[in-house]
Write a protein that binds this ligand. Structure first.
Ligand code: 5AD
Ligand code: SF4
Length: 443
């Protein structure tokens, strides 16, 4: 049965978007709406979108087209597109006969009003970016979580202006949320039984709170969240190599419950390309930061983002990327082909001159190398014992649990009589390049 007050929401893109969807649902539930996981009972369908690469947008366009048939069946159905693509492509989206409303990442408080307008058969939109909106006091509805780990958004926007990236244009200026509201949210989650929080921002290292009597940087914030309880695991993402400080690395080392895992996107191993990307660090600087991490936290795992085929990338630049990956020995990587985004500096000023097949071949080499590095890293863990937080039943077998160790590696093992949300010591007996396989030692 369709209920016009039922909200269904689909999320694409990054963790930030997942966190935003939980804020949007909360805002609507504070009005008169109710979340549903059943698309067929929804009166309002929202698609929270990503613009980071052309492929992401193409996939979402396809999804929007599919929704046409639902709209034909139910003429009262409201379809909204929110998030980065809404911000970037408002007019194109509203031109379609599918999309009724469009809301950018800083316009979510306006959602109830936008839906009301759409119900009167008027196209509704708000893509105004804000310099202050952090949804500070909104308590997210954690409808997407497993009840064990949740995301907490600690800041919004980005103003690093990496030349390839659309985020500063779709998400606006960087702003930090108050430490008090972040700590309260984490405390609340812990009291509800959650055992892991991930603090989210485009560049968490530039988190900054500066009010009359309180100055808080990211290391301080992380410490305050870690102090809530030794049983609450704390993770964070994303760190920018240009400003990851020794203070932060020492803070991670000091608290057992701050996970020994850092996502530190290198993007390219060539100083020439890094300069064109406006990353504001060199290959040598990046290596120095990795050395600091390995010195201060010897068992820290490190992951990265890599882009293949950025403007003017030569074979030599590509070899620099491969050799840096090998030197670091990443445990995990997200790997992409460069995708030109209109409006960015690179689109305006640099030539997207690496042929598609060369981008593809280089990406395949990067993926093959990472596969080998991940496998080698996992092989080293066979025989070791890790504390694992149980997150749910394994997808492969109902008889097994799946969880992660501090290093963010997925570990699967027989359930025995353990429970979801519990910490267990697991001895690793085998691995693939993606997963550690083990056995519970004690509970
Ligand atoms: N093309 C390809 N990859 C990109 N990323 C960001 N913008 C682009 C782009 N235009 C990648 C970066 C970033 C990750 C979130 O997405 O590696 O760290
Ligand atoms: Fe997230 Fe960036 Fe995609 Fe926006 S464009 S959803 S910020 S990854």
């Amino acid at each position: 049965m369709i209920d016009l007050k039922n909200i269904y929401i689909e999320t694409y893109g990054c963790q930030m978007n997942f966190s935003d969807s939980e804020i949007v649902v909360s805002i609507l539930e504070n009005d008169s709406y109710k979340y549903t996981s059943d698309i067929n009972s929804a009166g309002v369908i929202l698609i929270n979108t990503c613009s980071i690469r052309d492929k992401a947008e193409q996939r979402i366009w396809k999804r929007i087209n599919q929704l046409k048939s639902l709209k034909k069946k139910n003429t009262n159905l409201i379809i909204g597109v929110i998030g980065c693509m809404a911000e970037r492509l408002k007019n194109e989206l509203l031109k379609t006969d599918v999309v009724d409303l469009v809301a950018g990442p800083d316009a979510y408080r306006d959602m109830p009003a936008l839906i009301e307008k759409a119900k009167k058969n008027q196209k509704a939109s708000n893509v105004v970016l804000s310099e202050i909106e952090t949804y500070d006091e909104i308590k997210p509805n954690y409808f997407q979580t497993n009840g064990v780990s949740a995301f907490i958004s600690i800041m919004r926007g980005c103003q690093n202006f990496c030349t390839y990236c659309v985020v500063p244009y779709t998400r606006g200026k960087e702003r930090s949320r108050s430490p008090e509201s972040i700590i309260n949210e984490a405390k609340n989650l812990f009291e509800k039984g959650y055992r892991e929080v991930t603090l989210l921002g485009q560049n968490v290292n530039s988190y900054k709170w500066d009010s009359n009597n309180e100055k808080v940087n990211f290391a301080k914030l992380l410490e305050s969240v870690a102090l809530i309880s030794p049983l609450l695991r704390v993770r964070f993402t994303t760190s920018h190599p240009k400003d990851i400080s020794d203070e932060l690395i020492y803070t991670i080392a000091k608290y057992k419950n701050i996970c020994n895992y850092i996502h530190l996107p290198m993007q390219s191993g060539s100083t020439k390309i890094l300069k064109l990307m406006n990353r504001r660090y060199t290959r040598e600087w990046y290596m120095d930061r990795i050395k600091a991490i390995k010195r201060i936290i010897p068992d820290c795992s490190i992951s990265t983002d890599v882009i293949s085929g950025f403007c003017s990338e030569t074979e030599e630049d590509h070899q620099d990327t491969l050799s840096l990956m090998q030197w670091v020995g990443y445990d995990f990587a997200y790997m992409f082909k460069y995708s030109e985004r209109s409006g960015t500096y690179a689109a305006k000023k640099l030539k997207d001159d690496v042929p598609e097949d060369v981008k593809g071949r280089r990406l395949n080499e990067i993926i093959a190398l990472q596969q080998k590095l991940s496998y080698e890293s996992n092989l080293k863990d066979v025989g070791k014992t890790f504390e694992v937080l149980i997150e749910g039943v394994s997808k492969r077998s109902g008889k097994q649990f799946s969880g992660r160790n501090q290093q963010n590696k997925v570990v699967v093992f027989d359930k025995e009589d353990a429970k979801i949300g519990q910490y267990v010591n697991v001895k690793i007996t085998d691995c693939t390049s993606a997963t550690l396989i083990g056995k519970i030692l004690n509970k």
